[in-house]
Design a protein around this ligand. Sequence first.
Ligand SMILES: Nc1nc2c(ncn2[C@@H]2O[C@H](COP(=O)(O)OP(=O)(O)OP(=O)(O)O)[C@@H](O)[C@H]2O)c(=O)[nH]1
Ligand SMILES: [Mg+2]
Length: 389
Amino acid sequence: MVVLTRVLGYTAKLPRKYLRRGLVDSLRIHVTGGTGGSGLPSYGGIGGAGGNVYLVPKEKLTLQNVKYKLKGVKLKAGTGSDSSKKGLIGTPGTDLNIRVPIGITVYDQNHIKLGAVNSKDTKLLVAKGGTGGCERTGFCGLKGESHTIVLDLQLLADVGLIGFPNAGKSTFLNVISNAKSKIADYPFTTIKPEVGIIKYKDHRQISVADLPGLIEGAYLNKGMGHKFLKHIERTKLLLFIVDIQGCQLSIKHKHKSCLETVLLLNKEIELYNPDLLDRPTMIIVNKMDTNGASEIYNEIRQKLNNLSEFLSEFDKSIQPKKLLQFDDIITTSLILKNTDEIQEIKRKIRYVIDKYEEEKISIENMDSNEDRLRTKLKQQMQQYAPTFV
Ligand SMILES: Nc1nc2c(ncn2[C@@H]2O[C@H](COP(=O)(O)OP(=O)(O)OP(=O)(O)O)[C@@H](O)[C@H]2O)c(=O)[nH]1
Ligand SMILES: [Mg+2]
C-alpha cells in the first residue's frame, strides 16, 4: 500500500466518512460461554457444564441484519444446573447459536484467525462453556470463555472485478448481468461491493462482484484497500478491467499507461496476498472506441501476453515479483453494448471457470486414486507378506 501510495503520489488522507457508510462487512461482538453449575461435595455430584456459543450459518442473511439483531443483546450461553440430591449430574447449560451469513471469517482481538463459516453445514465454536463443579474444581462451576471476536464477511461470487477507478467495472457488470451498479465519469463511483448474476440460456448462473476501484485502498492508506480486496478471496476468477488509455485520477496525479495500471494492480494484489495470483485470471482491455486505442493495443498486445519479458522496461517500484498470466485477453468497448461481444465474453468467463473447476476435480480424484492404490497395496502386503510390514 505504502509503496503504491508513493508511486502514485497520493497523500495519506483520512478516509472520507461516506466510504464507511453502507456495507457492513465487519462486526465486533463480545461472546461469553455459560458458567458451569456447582457440584455437590457431600455426594460427589458434578455440576452441569456451561453452554457453548456457536456461530451457525443462515442463508440470505446480511451482516447488517446481524448487527441490528444483536444490538444491546448480551451474548452469553446458559449456565449449567447445579448438582442436587435429585440429580447428581447437573444438566448442561443451553448453547447459544448466533446466526451469521455464510462467508464469515472469525478473528480474535489480535487478529488471530479462529475459524470460518464458509458452508451451510459449518457450526463454529467461538466461546466454550465453563466446566461444571467437580472434585478438580473444588465443586465450583467454572466461568465460560469470554472474549471479543470480529466477524469478517467476504462476499461470495464466482468472479471478482478488479481495476482502477473509471475503467468500466460497473459498466461491465450492468451489461453482463441484471445489476444496476452506478456508472459515472468520475473516479470512485462505486463505493461498496455489488453483486450481479450472469444468466445463461441453460439456466446456469455465474455471480460477479463489482468492487470499488482498487487504488482506493492505496489512496486511503488505512487498510481500506484490503477491506475491499478481501472480497476477491472467495472468487474463482479474477477479472481485470483496464482502460486502454490508462488512468489519471485527477490533474494533480500522474498519468499511468494501460500497462502500468496492469502492473500496479498485479503489485497491489501481490502485496495483499500473492497466492491470489495463482487464480484463473482474465483481462478486459476496455474503451477501444477511444482515440488511438487500436494503435496503443497493437503496441502492448505482446507485452500483456508475456509480462515477464518486458518487465525491465518499467520503473522498479511498480515491478511485481510474481506476475499475472492471463487465461484470456479481451478487447472491447463496453459502452457500445455490442451483443455479440457481450455473449462472447460471457462464454469465455464460463469456459475459464469450468476449465479450472474440472482440473481441480481431476487433481482431487487423482490424489484420492493414488491414496486408494497405496492403501490397497499396503493391505495386500500385510495379508501376503506380514513379516515385511
Ligand atoms: N468511451 C468509453 N467510455 C466508457 C466505456 N466503458 C465505460 N465508459 C465510461 O467510463 C466511465 C467510468 O465507468 P464505470 O463503469 O463507472 O467505471 P468503474 O470502473 O466502475 O469506476 P469506479 O466505480 O469509479 O471504480 C463512465 O463514464 C462510463 O460511461 C467504453 O467502452 N468506452
Ligand atoms: Mg464502479
